[in-house]
Design a protein around this ligand. Structure first.
Ligand code: PBG
Length: 328
């Protein structure tokens, strides 16, 4: 018989001391699970702060090398590069120029870190196009899926030539993973892997990123990025990418899509990454700046929630700092 004043079952016993809590913790968060996204700006002589992402900068080639080596010191295992070109055009020529900023930065970082860090690069045209879309346009201004695939194939090979370990196609074009895999293999880059942004939702939380990459986008990406109301479709996109030989799949954004992370984790056998995006970073930083939340615990709680949802790997602008906090 249960006695209301003297419960027999007491879950609080497992919360009594820090050691007890450590012993029974269900979720781990370690530096090796974190990937640092970084921005590098062509022609920059000083790192430039990004006002909507306090603490994050557009790197110069030199400051990027230093950030990469700090990432290694902190125990991270991955870095994701975004390039910001000096000039843009309709087809995003800078993306496929071996001397373009993304490709030279990949080579810089690869030379700096060797095999100590997995070097990843965002495979997309939006930073390089003057209209800001992730692909090339038809004469009447729509994003042309199949013409874009040809550009992605070319871009993948140039990135692999520069030494990237994983390409991260983020443009949500149909068939992009298959086309990229085929192009890489034909060029002899059979060891270059694909981290597919599989379930990527059109999101208001990308706002600060648009400043970070000096985006030219007018309008939105709703004809290619997913509708936030659709979770089943996120799983379907991930399964399709795996059929097309994606090595890892990603869900993005993370916080408003924790259920999608969980569903994808349960549906696939490859590693699942989640991208803790710019707006998610900015919200915590802004509230902390006002003294409204305690910054460091908020960062760790955020990252833990993404792990608990099922992400094996988290891309986060806090990666280096969080790794340092975790080692304390
Ligand atoms: C597209 C890309 C975007 C992000 C990563 N890759 C922006 C977009 O789709 O509009 C967003 C990352 C972030 O917000 O932190 N190349």
């Amino acid at each position: 018989m249960s006695d209301i004043e003297h419960p027999v079952v007491r879950p609080r016993r497992l919360r009594t001391t820090p050691a007890m809590r450590e012993l029974v913790a269900e979720t781990t968060l370690t530096p090796a699970q974190l990937v640092l996204p970084v921005f590098v700006r062509e022609g920059a002589s000083e790192p430039r702060p990004i006002s909507s992402m306090p603490g994050v900068v557009q790197h110069t080639r030199d400051s990027l090398r230093r950030a990469a080596s700090e990432a290694v010191q902190a125990g991270l295992k991955g870095i994701m590069l975004f390039g910001i070109p000096e000039t843009k055009d309709a087809v995003g020529s800078g993306a496929t120029d071996p001397e373009g900023i993304l490709n030279v930065a990949i080579a810089d970082v690869a030379a700096e870190v060797g095999d100590n860090l997995v070097v990843m690069g965002d495979l997309c045209l939006d930073e390089f196009t003057d209209h800001g879309h992730c692909g090339v346009l038809t004469p009447d201004g729509r994003v042309d899926n199949d013409a874009t695939l040809l550009r992605y194939a070319e871009m993948a090979v140039v990135m692999a030539d520069a030494g990237v370990d994983l390409v991260g196609p983020s443009g949500m074009m149909d068939g992009q993973v298959a086309v990229i895999r085929d192009a890489l293999d034909r060029a002899g880059h059979t060891d270059t892997g694909i981290l597919a942004y599989s379930a990527k939702y059109a999101s208001a939380f990308y706002g600060p990123f648009r400043e970070a990459v000096d985006s030219s986008l007018k309008g939105d990406r709703r004809t290619y990025q997913q509708d936030g109301r659709n979770a089943r479709e996120g799983v379907a996109e991930a399964l399709l990418d795996i059929e097309e030989a994606a090595d890892l799949v990603m869900v993005k954004p993370a916080l408003a899509y924790l259920d999608v992370i969980r569903r994808v984790r349960e549906a696939v056998d490859v590693p699942v990454a989640a991208y803790n995006i710019s707006g998610e970073y900015a919200m915590v930083e802004a509230a902390a700046e006002r003294g409204w939340i305690d910054r460091e615990p908020a960062i760790l709680e955020t990252l833990t929630s993404i792990r608990r949802a099922g992400a094996d790997i988290i891309l986060t602008y806090w990666a280096t700092e969080a790794a340092t906090l975790l080692r304390r």
